[in-house]
Design a protein around this ligand. Structure first.
Ligand code: GLP
Length: 241
């Protein structure tokens, strides 16, 4: 695990975008793993800038989202399907039909999770996965207690995640309690991973991920098992390392 401590958001965004740019230039028809949440946003803005000003192209890329809330229509303003379009993919030259996510309104969420997991493998797997991290150490929606070998599946969100994400909704009661999430085993199959976090609120999770024992208590700690992880954190998020 390579840990890069940056002094401000702009430097963090450049580090994240540099990893994307290298993989896009090296791999051609690349499969990207995209994440929602606020952590990747600065990096996404930098990728949009490089697309507009420097011609960085995503035309041959496909993308898989990590997760989706169960029950939200795909055009709901807080669905991850819409979030990734508004914050990244509508602003670059990726084909909209090549930006895939689990269907949160599927009648059979277990079958949908299995289908989605298989579709990632059938696409040849993810070349580069970007991740944020929850304050409780979750990645995607793999809450503490998730099997380190877990696959894409329906998951129940913890109270702390619902509280963290309530800021995006009108009220806490509006936050869905279920999601479809790639599993920790699924995520670890990505060939390369870049995880980014900022702020004191993430410091304990970052310390447990980098220096703690590998344990389902802190799901992100399973990334210690992965051979190619870059962690981009500001000084506040790195403060317990
Ligand atoms: C959500 C997402 C995660 C994300 C996490 C942190 O729960 N499912 O993928 O990493 O929140 O979000 P933020 O970056 O907004 O702190």
């Amino acid at each position: 695990m390579q840990v890069i401590i940056v002094s401000d958001a702009a430097e963090g965004a450049r580090e994240v975008a540099d990893v994307f740019e290298r993989v896009l230039r090296d791999a051609g028809a690349v499969v990207l793993g995209l994440a929602t949440g606020s952590s990747p946003l600065a990096g996404y803005r930098e990728l949009i800038r490089r697309h507009r000003e420097e011609g960085l192209s995503f035309a041959s890329a496909r993308a898989f989202l990590l997760d989706e809330y169960v029950g939200l229509p795909s055009d709901h303003e807080q669905s991850y399907h819409r979030f990734i379009r508004e914050n990244l993919t509508w602003h670059i030259d990726i084909d909209d039909a090549a930006v895939l996510s689990p269907q949160g309104q599927a009648a059979d969420p277990i079958a949908e999770a299995d289908r989605y997991d298989r579709s990632i493998a059938e696409a040849g797997g993810v070349d580069l996965q970007i991740l944020g991290i929850g304050s409780n150490g979750h990645i995607a929606f793999n809450e503490p207690g998730s099997s380190l070998a877990s696959r894409t599946r329906p998951v129940v969100l913890t109270e702390s995640t619902i509280a963290d994400n309530a800021r995006f909704f009108d009220s806490r009661e509006d936050v869905p309690t279920l999601a479809l999430s790639q599993g920790l085993g699924t995520i670890r199959e990505a060939k390369e991973i870049v995880l980014t976090a900022t702020g004191e609120n993430k410091a304990r999770a970052i310390a447990q991920m980098v220096e703690g024992p590998i344990s389902a208590r802190w799901p992100a700690s399973c990334l210690q098992l992965h051979p190619a992880v870059t962690v981009v954190v500001d000084e506040a998020a790195a403060s317990q390392l």
